[in-house]
Ligand binder design. Structure first.
Ligand SMILES: Cc1ncc(COP(=O)(O)O)c(C=O)c1O
Length: 386
C-alpha cells in the first residue's frame, strides 16, 4: 500500500521504547510512578456527571445534534463574562472534540500548502502536527530559559513576520509551566496587528496557575478580539479529559470558517455531552479553585523535593507540568528517561517529544498525590542518578 505523502510529514512514535520498558517492569511487579500523562486524577463533579446521565435517558438525545444548542452557547457566553469579564456573542463560539482535535484541524481552515506559521518550541505536539497536516511550514520561536520560557516576538525575523499567516501562543505553557504576562500579550497583539497575523491562543490551563496569580483569557486583553481566537477546553479545569469538550472562541470570520469545515465531516456534539458542558459552565466552581491549590501542593512537593536531593528543578508557575533540566552527564532526554524508569520506576516524558528545543529537559505531569511524589523522590535519591 502506498500511503499518502502527507503521512511522511509525521515522525515515528518515540514513546514505544518507554512504554515497553514500563510494561516489562510492571510484569516484574516493580513499583511504577507514572508522571508521563497529563490527564487529571481528580474527580469530575457529581452535578456534571448527573447532567450527562439525565440527558442520556432521553431518547431525543441520541439523535444527531447537528449544532451547538443555544443553551450551550449561552452557557459559554455567561461563563466568559463571569470568569474572564469577556463579552461574547453566540456566533463567536464553535465547539470541538477537545482542543487537541480543534487545533489539529484549524490549519486546514487557515493555511494553504507552503504558508508560514509561527509556533513555539518546545510546545504541545499537536501545534506542529496540525500545521503539518495542512501543509504549512513552521517557523519556531524559542520558549527557553533565557527568555523566561516566554514568547519574545522581537526575536522573530521581519521576513518571517511579513509572510506568516498565524502564530500559536499557549500560556500557561505545556510543557514549560511558564505563565503569560500582560506585557508579553501586549507585545504579541501589537506584532499581530503590524504584520496582519492571526493569533491562536490555546488556553488549556487558565485555572491551574500558582502562587496567587489569576489566569485569564487572551481575548480579555485589549485588541486581542481583532486579531485572535482562543481554544477554551473544559478538560483540565473540570476533569473532563475523556469527554472531549472544547470551544474555538473569538473572531467571527475565523469561527464561521471553522464551523463550515466541521459541517463537512461532523454532525455535532452528542447532546448529553452538551448538557454536561452546560452543567460545568453554569454550576459551582469552588472545586476548581480547591483543585488548583492541590496542584500547587504537588508542585511544591515535586520541585522542592527534587531540589532537596540535589536536582535543580525550578518551580512551575502554572499548568499541570514541571519542566526539569536533565543531569549534565546526559545529552539525550530519551536515554535519561529510560535509565530513570529502569532504576527508579519513575516515568516522565522526554523533552525531545515537544519539538526541537525540548531536548535537554524532561516533563513531569502533576498527576500523583504528595505522598506518592515523596516516594518517587526517595527512589530517585537512592538511585544516585542525579
Ligand atoms: C496546551 C494543551 N492544549 C491542549 C490540550 C488538549 O486538550 P483537550 O483535552 O481539550 O484536547 C492539552 C492537553 O494536555 C494541552 O496541554
Amino acid at each position: 500500500m502506498q500511503f499518502s505523502s502527507r503521512m511522511d510529514r509525521f515522525g515515528d512514535e518515540i514513546f514505544g521504547a518507554l512504554n515497553e520498558k514500563k510494561l516489562e517492569l510492571e510484569a516484574q511487579g516493580k513499583k511504577i510512578y507514572n508522571f508521563s500523562i497529563g490527564t487529571p486524577d481528580f474527580e469530575t463533579a457529581p452535578h456534571i456527571k448527573q447532567a450527562l446521565i439525565d440527558a442520556a435517558k432521553d431518547q431525543d438525545s441520541w439523535k444527531y445534534s447537528l449544532r451547538d444548542t443555544p443553551e450551550l452557547l449561552g452557557a459559554v457566553c455567561s461563563y466568559y463574562k463571569k470568569r474572564f469579564d469577556v463579552d461574547l456573542e453566540p456566533d463567536m463560539i464553535c465547539s470541538c472534540y477537545g482542543s487537541q482535535e480543534g487545533i489539529g484541524h484549524i490549519g486546514l481552515v487557515l493555511c494553504d500548502e507552503g504558508d508560514t506559521v509561527i509556533l513555539p518550541t518546545p510546545c504541545y505536539p499537536v501545534f506542529i502536527a496540525g500545521m503539518k497536516m495542512a501543509g504549512a511550514e513552521p517557523y519556531y520561536y524559542p520558549m527557553v530559559k533565557e527568555n523566561g520560557f516566554l514568547p519574545d516576538v522581537s526575536s522573530i525575523p521581519e521576513e518571517v513576520a511579513k509572510k506568516a499567516k498565524l502564530m500559536i501562543v499557549s500560556l500557561p505553557s505545556n510543557p514549560t509551566g511558564s505563565v503569560g504576562t500582560r506585557e508579553v500579550y501586549d507585545e504579541i497583539i501589537a506584532f499581530a496587528k503590524k504584520y496582519d497575523i492571526l493569533i491562536i491562543h490555546d488556553n488549556a490551563y487558565s485555572d491551574i496557575i500558582f502562587d496567587g496569580a489569576v489566569g485569564g483569557s487572551f481575548l480579555g486583553i485589549p485588541g486581542a478580539m481583532d486579531i485572535g481566537v482562543e481554544f477554551f477546553s473544559l478538560s483540565k479545569s473540570f476533569n473532563l479529559t475523556g469527554a472531549r469538550i472544547s470551544f474555538l472562541i473569538g473572531r467571527k470570520d475565523v469561527v464561521a470558517a471553522f464551523r463550515k469545515l466541521r459541517s463537512q465531516i461532523d454532525f455535532g456534539m452528542f447532546l448529553p455531552l452538551q448538557k454536561a458542558a452546560v452543567a460545568a459552565l453554569t454550576g459551582p466552581t469552588d472545586m476548581v479553585k480547591e483543585q488548583c491549590a492541590k496542584y500547587q501542593e504537588r508542585r511544591d512537593a515535586l520541585c522542592g523535593g527534587l531540589r532537596r536531593i540535589g536536582w535543580d528543578v525550578p518551580d512551575s508557575h502554572g499548568s499541570m507540568f514541571v519542566w526539569a533540566p536533565i543531569p549534565a552527564s546526559y545529552t539525550s532526554s530519551m536515554q535519561f528517561c529510560l535509565d530513570l524508569i529502569e532504576k527508579t520506576g519513575v516515568i516522565c516524558t522526554p523533552g525531545i517529544s515537544f519539538g526541537p528545543l525540548g531536548e535537554g529537559y524532561v516533563r513531569f505531569a502533576l498527576v500523583l498525590p504528595p505522598e506518592k511524589i515523596a516516594e518517587a523522590i526517595e527512589a530517585v535519591r537512592t538511585s544516585g542518578l542525579v
